[in-house]
Structures are given as C-alpha cells and as structure tokens.
Design a protein around this ligand. Structure first.
Ligand code: UDP
Ligand code: MG
Length: 310
C-alpha cells in the first residue's frame, strides 16, 4: 500500500436511520486513521425512513461520503452491486450499516491487502444472535459447502475487502441472483479470512426478513450446485427400483400363493408417496427453470433514482 491509494467503502442501507450516525462516527474514525484517501458510498435500497435525508446531510458535511438511492428495494445483493458499479478505488470494502461487523476490523483487512491478498473477508467465529438463527445458519453453511461446486468459505458474509482486480472481476459477473459471498469465492485470486466475533445490531431490528434470507439460501444452493438435480434423479431411481420390486412381489403373490392382493391402503400410500416425490423433483427443476428465466430477461439488477455527490 502506497500513498495516493484510495479506499472505497460500500454500505447497503434499508431503513437504518438509527444506525447511520454511529456508523458514520466509527467508520470515519477508522478511515481517517489510515491516512489514505477514501470515499464511502451509502446505498439507499429503497428506505422508507429518514436514511436518505441523513445521507444528504453527511455529504454536505463531508463530500467523501456519497450516496446512491435506488428506485425501490432491490435487496442486499443488488444494493452492494450498485455501489460496486459506482466506486473507483484501489481497495473496495463492503460493510453492513448495523455495526454487526466492527469497522475497526477494516484495519486488519488493509494489513492483509498490503501483504498481497486480493480478497480479504471476515469469518465469523461467534455471533451475538439468537440460538435458532445461529443453528440454522450453521447447518445451512455446512450443507452448502458440501454440495457447492465452488469451495465456499464457512460462516462468511459480505464483510470483506477486494483489491481493484478482484472488484473489477466481480463487477463482470452478470447474474441477477446475486449470492455475493459465493460469487466472491468463485473469483479465486489469493484469498484470506480474518476471524472475528459478530456483534449484535447497534440499533433497530434486522432488515433482512426471513423470506429474504430463505431466498438468499436458495440462490446459494441453486446458484452454486447442481446437486439438487442429481438428488431428483436419485429419488426417481430409488422409487422406480422400489416399484419394480414391489410389482415382482405382487405378481408372485397373485400367481404362486393363495394370499389376497393387498388393497386400498397400500395403493393410497404408494400414490401419495409417488405424487409427493414427483412434485418435489418437479419443484427442484422449477427452481432452475425460474432462474434461467430470470437471467434471460436481462433486466438490470437495480435502478438508480438519485445520486448524491457522485
Ligand atoms: N439491507 C439492504 N436491503 C435489504 C435488506 C437489508 O440494503 O433489502 C441492508 C441493511 O440495511 C443492512 C445490511 O443490508 O445494512 C444487512 O441487513 P441485516 O442486518 O438485516 O442482515 P443480517 O445482518 O441479519 O444478515
Ligand atoms: Mg445485520
């Protein structure tokens, strides 16, 4: 890292007016302490509260704090992507607005960057979150890393630093379903993780609803693995083999024994079981078809409503 280099920080924001002043205070003091040139792009992802007004105020006081306001809520991945498209920096840093990821860790990121790592990301060693969320996240990451074609880091989120080359490469990935943690891992280059304890939110409640988290989990699984398709094939094979053996048994009973052929209940069990499995596998295929459809529509990932200081 030499003098004259510039750091760019991207913060996705959805209704975070209660966190923004503290974020500004802590992030500014970290960035000022580096002595490097920097810019911060706050991305307003369709907030309904006073977030955008605060962003305008920040920009008036300090032009290094810029803002991008999207035309509506596009989601965390799209918000981060829009920031990436508008930033010009030697090292791009993604950080959430709620201070769950301590801005002070950025100094550690910069150190690793200086040592020559193109990508530095925070790996959560502990979380001050509810046990249920922690348990579900843990199981999810284990499954995901088991089936993913790209080796994905465990317990990593968006909190990371990308050097210019890696950031440019990430910008080139065109997909609409943006599981950024996975896309970042896919990039390759020398990557390194920095362990840290994830804090509780500074203020207000999570903005990623359960539905958004589930859809992110689906993006991760279906975007990085074709294992579900193989599972569908496997389920089909197993059921076909079972049906074959069962029919042999029925024929045997019919022609070589006096046993009556078992009736209604076994038929119902088989029909409902088969029906369920067919729908399950069609659903898996549907997930991929839906994603293909989303991609070929080629809609932009986000739309910008207003730029402040950019
Ligand atoms: N966020 C966003 N758009 C959304 C949801 C969330 O830009 O549709 C922002 C949010 O303001 C925060 C970050 O993304 O800065 C992470 O959100 P949250 O803290 O709710 O996620 P979690 O930490 O629970 O994963
Ligand atoms: Mg959070």
């Amino acid at each position: 890292m030499t003098k004259g280099q510039k750091i760019g920080v991207i913060v996705p924001i959805f209704n975070e007016e209660d966190n923004l002043p503290e974020l500004k205070r802590r992030l500014s003091s970290v960035l000022d302490s580096t002595g490097l040139d920097y810019e911060v792009i706050l991305v307003d992802d369709g907030s309904k509260d006073g977030s955008l007004a605060l962003m305008r105020e920040f920009n008036k006081k300090d032009p290094r704090w810029k803002a991008l306001s999207l035309s509506r809520n596009f989601g965390h991945g799209a918000a981060c992507t829009s920031g990436l498209d508008h930033i010009d920096a030697d090292a791009v840093i993604f950080v959430d607005a709620d201070l769950q990821d301590p801005p002070e860790l950025i100094l550690e990121f910069l150190k690793k960057w200086r040592e020559g790592h193109a990508v530095v990301f925070g790996a959560r060693t502990g979380r001050s979150e509810g046990w249920l969320r922690r348990a579900v996240t843990r199981v999810f990451y284990r499954i995901l890393s088991g089936v993913s074609a790209t080796p994905l880091p465990l317990d990593a989120g968006i909190f990371s630093l990308l050097d210019r080359t890696a950031a440019d490469s990430l910008r080139k990935l065109p997909e609409r379903h943006r599981y950024l943690t996975g896309l970042r891992a896919w990039l390759g280059y020398p990557q390194v993780s920095v362990p840290y304890e994830r804090q509780s939110r500074h203020a207000s409640s999570p903005k990623q609803s359960l539905a958004k988290l589930v859809s992110l989990a689906f993006d991760a699984i279906f975007g990085f693995s074709s294992a579900p398709l193989r599972l569908a094939t496997l389920v089909g094979l197993v059921m076909a083999a079972g049906a074959f053996l069962f029919s042999l048994n029925v024929f045997y009973d019919k022609f070589f024994t006096d046993k009556p052929i078992i009736g209604w209940s076994s038929t119902m069990v088989l029909i409902s079981w088969t029906g369920g499995m067919i729908l399950f596998t069609v659903g898996i295929i549907g997930e991929y078809v839906g994603r293909i459809y989303d991609e070929i529509k080629q809609r932009p990932i986000y739309l910008v409503k207003e730029k402040v200081g950019l």
